[in-house]
Write a protein that binds this ligand. Sequence first.
Ligand code: GRF
Length: 219
Amino acid sequence: MSSSAEPLRVAVLLSGRGSNLRALIAGASDDASFHLVGAFSDRPEAPGLQHAREAGLPTAAFAPRDYPDKGAFERALFDAVTASGAELVVLAGFMRVLSAPTVEAWRGRLINIHPSLLPKYPGLHTHARVLEAGDAEHGASVHFVTAVLDGGPVLMQVRIPVRPGDDAEVLAARLIVEEHRLLLAAVRLIARRRVRLDGEQILIDGQRLTAPMLVPAAP
Ligand code: GRF
């Protein structure tokens, strides 16, 4: 990574609406610690790419069907990410599981935002699963990506209460606002070059992180 005086170059990968990307775009405009070098997608029609273009960000889309196999698709995608100069890659609603060689090549420089309090509820439909389980609390996590789906070391979380009468949609809408704050806080911390991944261990200012950092939810 470049020195802490230089803004961290961040690329975002997405498949959908891109509200987390928009939060990063807004955050980057008033924070010199990082800047966005591009938005990349596996879906040319992803609405998030349109937001990126409107914000003047370079974009590129790679449809898996245009490649002979997953490896070739990921090489094309990550060749473009590398060419953008990205030092950190943020998966923000990127709906594909990356293969082990890609994850290993970017280990420590690849983070994901996931809508649950990991290790609870990796995978899909997290809001409904929280409600089904009768949990009193829900939340989101930013974690380093490893070969295990939603399984890498968790850097930061935000927690919200589940309220009586919540359905999955209401809960998701309340959580997404907090996700935006969480993702921005995590990228800012990494941009200050305070975070390092050492094996399965996260180091903050050289000290082992023993539990995920907590971003307070808005009152
Ligand atoms: C977010 O809930 C994120 O946690 C999950 O996918 C969703 C993406 O939302 N990985 P958006 O496209 O950023 O609005």
